[in-house]
Design a protein around this ligand. Structure first.
Ligand SMILES: Cc1cc2nc3c(=O)[nH]c(=O)nc-3n(C[C@H](O)[C@H](O)[C@H](O)COP(=O)(O)OP(=O)(O)OC[C@H]3O[C@@H](n4cnc5c(N)ncnc54)[C@H](O)[C@@H]3O)c2cc1C
Length: 397
């Protein structure tokens, strides 16, 4: 058995930036990160990869290169949580005991829940920006598209970056307009949600973008099957008025946002709330039953949008509160639910949505951020990736 002081499960955006911030506060802390992957990914750029304006290779670095100095990297996967005994078990059978634990495993993509999807994803015009391997295929499909039916889906579950399912749709619309193909195309958006965007101010702007691209929108619809060779997808109604109604839709291009959940290892553990996410307080990020356990990022059971932008605001709160708990002090840092979603609405156009738990705008810049702007597109294309690798992961912001 291995014993550690602070155990972080997951070396993604949340795990690495939190470890870096903890070390900046106190370099004597002994921190171990359990992370199985050899690589670390900058996922927000996959939207741009799918639109042919970002090199997929630039979204991937070795995990070793982002691991903060002084961290003990345990190369493995947690397969069981035993918070009563302050232990986790790894896939190779090792038991690790901890004094404090931070759960940052991210979200799980449930591709298998859609019949026929795993077999056809990456061919037959079926693409998804939600995977490193398939984001480049989105661009392949788009650049070879000659008009027809373009279908975009969003899941009925929580998803990471709620804007990503329609960002690629706006980019597609813009691309087709520029190539004289928009009037030969029907764009449909099939979503498991009940509206386009949860913050009214931004939703108003996005509805105009939908109109400009002649998008037909269908809500409370769950994708259940994809028949790739025959270019057909099946949806089932999940709203009060359409419950159980089945619709088959033809497509030439199908962009899928898979259903998502907390990883099985979390949802089957004592750490989970009823919905399967880590059961933490939405303000302090401390576990409601096991006080030496904290969580942030996509796996945290809080009603915030699941984005890297949210992680940036959660990490300092968690660091402050974990150290306060360790010292026996009150947990006085509070997370407001802040998240940001840079919704790319075309090539060189972006609406920078920022909001908190109240679903009210919380804007950084003294301009109307609900307008499409070139400057905000430049922020997403150039500044945010640089900040991610050079400031956020090293814990400088
Ligand atoms: C297409 C797309 C577009 C996006 N666009 C944006 C955007 O514009 N802006 C934005 O802010 N965010 C965006 N995001 C979301 C952002 O990438 C995530 O919210 C962010 O990465 C969450 O960080 P995390 O650390 O919680 O999860 P991740 O970064 O996914 O890291 C989780 C880590 O945990 C590890 N792990 C999993 N299970 C275990 C286990 N059992 N044991 C040990 N380790 C484990 C994984 O290997 C992984 O390294 C986008 C995401 C996608 C896919």
């Amino acid at each position: 058995m291995k014993s550690v002081q602070i155990l972080i499960v997951g070396g993604g955006n949340a795990g690495i930036s939190t470890a870096s911030q903890l070390l900046r506060k106190d370099k004597h802390l002994q921190i171990s990160i359990v992370e199985p992957s050899e690589f670390h990914y900058y996922q927000p750029a996959w939207t741009l990869v799918g639109a042919g304006i970002y090199n997929i290779r630039k979204t991937k670095r070795t995990e070793a290169s982002v691991m903060p100095k002084g961290i003990d990297w345990i190369r493995g996967r947690v397969e069981g949580f035993d918070p009563v005994n302050n232990r986790v078990s790894l896939s190779d059978g090792t038991i690790v005991s901890y004094q404090y634990m931070i759960v940052a495993t991210g979200i799980q993509m449930n591709w298998n829940e859609i019949k026929g999807l795993p077999e056809t994803l990456g061919k037959n015009g079926v693409c998804s920006n939600y995977k490193f391997d398939t984001a480049p295929y989105t661009w392949e499909v788009l650049k070879n598209f000659k008009g027809g039916k373009a279908v975009f889906t969003s899941a009925h579950t929580a998803v990471k970056c709620g804007g990503a399912p329609h960002k690629i749709m706006w980019l597609t619309g813009d691309y087709l307009r520029k190539h004289g193909l928009l009037n030969k195309t029907q764009i449909d958006y099939w979503s498991g949600g009940s509206r386009l965007f949860g913050v009214e101010k931004y939703e108003k702007s996005l509805l105009k973008v939908a109109e400009r691209n002649h998008v037909h929108m269908h809500f409370t619809q769950k994708l259940v099957e994809v028949d790739g060779p025959n270019h057909r997808a099946k949806f089932v109604g999940i709203g009060k008025e359409n419950e159980g109604q089945e619709t088959w839709v033809d497509f030439d291009l199908l962009h899928v946002t898979p259903p998502q959940s907390a990883p099985d290892v979390v949802r089957n553990s004592p750490l989970a709330n009823e919905a399967g996410w880590v059961n933490v307080d939405q303000y302090t990020l401390q576990h409601k039953v096991y006080p030496n356990v904290f969580s942030l990022g996509d796996v945290a059971g809080i009603p915030a949008a699941k984005t890297g932008a949210a992680v940036r605001k959660q990490a300092p709160v968690l660091v402050n509160n974990l150290l306060a708990y360790k010292n026996g002090w009150a947990l006085d840092a509070k997370y407001s639910g802040y998240s940001s979603c840079p919704v790319v609405t075309g090539y060189g156009k972006l609406i920078l949505c920022e909001f908190d738990y109240t679903n009210q705008p919380r804007e950084t810049f003294p301009i109307d951020q609900s307008k499409e702007r070139w400057s905000m597109f430049m922020l997403k294309r150039w500044l945010l990736p640089w900040l991610y690798w050079n400031q956020i992961l090293p814990g400088k912001m």
